[in-house]
Write a protein of this length. Structure first.
Lengths: 320, 276
């Protein structure tokens, strides 16, 4: 990647240096917009300048359009929410024809999230995206819980996850992030398998499979029965996974995500070893969340007397 | 927050939000946060019931259905309430009359607290010179939203309740065909539970009258990024797609919504029911 980091927008504040390198891609801030929580960026430009977002991780794109699940697709839970959207998306061709040019025009750094029902389908989507200069990174969504078969949650099986990553790496020259789930006995085993298969970085974690019941009507709150739990409720799980994987695989860039609402929430992930963070559900609450979290992170760094966000992990004291 | 009150079984909330008050159009909604610690994580979507640009206030109506709305009903005047809006696409003006070119007569149909956006809508339509008739329904008298206020919105008000505690016993679609015929209605606007909207759309279609509906579908963001609040629609090519009700709606052409996909058999249903 030879492009310079995008210039911070007019609203950027002076102070600590937030710029980072993520798998060779320079980003203005370490705060990304998480997949599935930012659409394709189009709806957000009325609220923020996409150049102020570290990178836009797109809603997952599949080979063919997907219609998604029936409603209700969403249920609020304590400090969180369940969703079962079912990967509704227009397909990779429509994405390349309409959404990607929009993101490029807006000056966004783009991580295209890729999903498929097989390693081959993942690879075909990635191969299509490999032709697009506007795609800076590929995120391989190995862990969406809202699929028809648990076998499609590739990240629950190290070998299956590695096979997808290997196929994607063979299909594209862009750096590849593998997005994993915490719904496993040992996330480090899966992380190690995808890194050995060629993943340039990791995104930790996807939503956790959950369920909520309407006891009065005696049925699930979601049409799909189960759904993915997100929001502050899952943040400790996400921080734990980031910590475990960062300790086991030093040097592998990690995008930490799960329930980040503030700059201090983001700092938790960075302290335990994440290179960057992604803001997800928070964007539903505040469309400006990805930018506001970056501002909050800068303010936090100033209180800690830290000049650069890259220096944060070295200051962590795991012994308490 | 400026004021909180009761309207029958419902609660009303008025907030100072001058920009929203100036911009809001009938059918649009606002997203309201409950509390500040985000244990109630998401915004609640409420259609705009009142907007006073001169004073800079916006009003919504809500029903206490769970802990979030219960907490909202306990907010006191003076406490800050975070409101995002106006969101969504408003009701569209009626098509020009096919009947001599005068302003077309409109029937406004509201179910339960779904009557809320009809207050702004009636004002907009009266400003266009449209004759307005109002039809409201609910399960009981207490769940009719401000019937005394509804009586002032147009030239007639008809009310139905499931139990007959106010107005006619029955559902809104019972008197609707007669009202359409008597009033020479050319445009129906409806807001309420999804089963009611399905029935109203069908009744309007049978009478050959255009119908716009403001749907209620569970929503996380209100801004188009979460894809929770989708409604199946047909675009005329037969093949349906899932349209986000927050950005493509909440107002849809009643004839474009694929009601049967929602499990709503195209038959009249009770006005006070909650959407499934």
């Amino acid at each position: 990647m030879t492009r310079a980091a995008p210039a911070p927008g007019a609203g950027a504040m002076p102070g600590p240096d937030l710029s980072i390198d993520l798998c060779g891609v320079p980003l203005a801030t370490p705060v990304l917009a998480a997949s599935g929580c930012f659409g394709f960026g189009r709806e957000m430009v009325g609220f923020l300048d996409l150049r102020e977002v570290g990178a836009v991780v797109t809603k997952s794109v599949s080979l063919e359009p997907r219609r998604g699940r029936p409603t209700p697709r969403m249920a609020e839970t304590p400090s969180g929410m369940l969703n079962a959207i079912g990967l509704q998306n227009p397909g990779v061709e429509a994405f390349c024809a309409t959404d990607l040019p929009f993101l490029a025009e807006a000056g966004a750094r783009v991580a295209a999230s890729v999903v498929g029902r097989s390693a081959d389908e993942f690879a075909r989507v990635a191969a299509r995206l490999a032709r697009e200069d506007a795609v800076d990174l590929i995120e391989v969504n190995l862990s969406c819980p809202n699929v028809e078969h648990r076998g499609e949650v590739f990240a629950t099986d190290p070998a299956a996850a590695a096979a997808v990553v290997r196929a994607v790496k063979a299909a594209t020259g862009q750096p590849v992030l593998a997005k994993l789930t915490a719904d496993v006995t040992d996330v480090v085993t899966v992380a190690r398998a995808v890194v050995e298969a060629g993943a340039d970085g990791l995104t930790l974690i996807n939503t956790l499979l959950g369920m909520a019941v309407d006891v009065h009507r005696r049925r699930p709150l979601l049409a799909a029965g189960t759904g993915g739990l997100s929001g502050p409720a899952i943040r400790p799980v996400a921080v734990r996974c980031t910590w475990q994987v960062a300790a086991a695989l030093p040097g592998v860039p990690i995008v930490g995500t799960g329930g980040i609402l503030t700059g201090e929430d983001a700092a938790e992930f960075l302290l335990v070893g994440a290179r960057a963070v992604a803001v997800g559900t928070a964007s539903f609450v505040d469309p400006r969340a990805a930018v506001e979290v970056a501002h909050g992170l800068a303010a936090y760094l100033a209180t800690q007397g830290v000049a650069s966000v890259a220096g944060l992990p070295t200051l962590f004291r795991p012994e308490r | 927050m400026v004021a909180r009150g009761r309207a029958g079984a419902y609660h009303t909330l008025t907030v100072a939000a001058p920009e929203i008050a100036a911009a809001a159009r009938a059918g649009q909604f606002v997203g309201v946060l409950v509390g500040t610690d985000r244990s109630f994580l998401l915004r609640r979507a409420f259609s705009v019931h009142a907007a006073d640009p001169a004073v800079g206030t916006v009003g919504v109506v809500f029903d206490v259905v769970g802990p979030g709305t219960r907490a909202l009903a306990a907010v006191r005047p003076g406490e800050a309430v975070d409101v995002l809006g106006p969101l969504g696409r408003p009701f569209a003006p009626p098509a020009p009359s096919g009947n001599g070119g005068g302003p077309p007569a409109c029937l406004l149909v509201g179910g339960g607290y779904g009557t809320a956006p009809l207050f702004l809508l009636a004002g907009e339509l009266r400003a266009r010179g449209c004759p307005v008739d109002v039809l409201i329904g609910a399960s009981t008298a207490a769940r009719l939203l401000q019937p005394e206020g509804c009586a002032l919105l147009g030239r007639s008000l008809t009310a139905t309740t499931d139990d007959g505690s106010a107005g006619r016993r029955g559902v809104v679609t019972d008197p609707m065909p007669e009202l359409l015929a008597l009033a020479g209605t050319e445009q129906v606007y409806a807001c309420g539970p999804m089963p009611m909207l399905a029935a109203v759309s069908r009744t309007a279609a049978l009478a050959g009258v255009a119908c716009q509906v403001a749907v209620e579908e569970r929503m996380a963001c209100g801004t188009g990024i979460c894809f929770s609040c989708v409604v199946p629609v047909r675009d005329g090519h037969g093949d349906g797609r899932m349209a986000r009700s927050c950005v493509e709606g909440p107002v849809f052409d009643g004839a474009a919504v694929a009601w049967t996909e929602l499990g709503l058999a195209p038959a009249p249903t009770r006005a006070g029911e909650q959407a499934p």
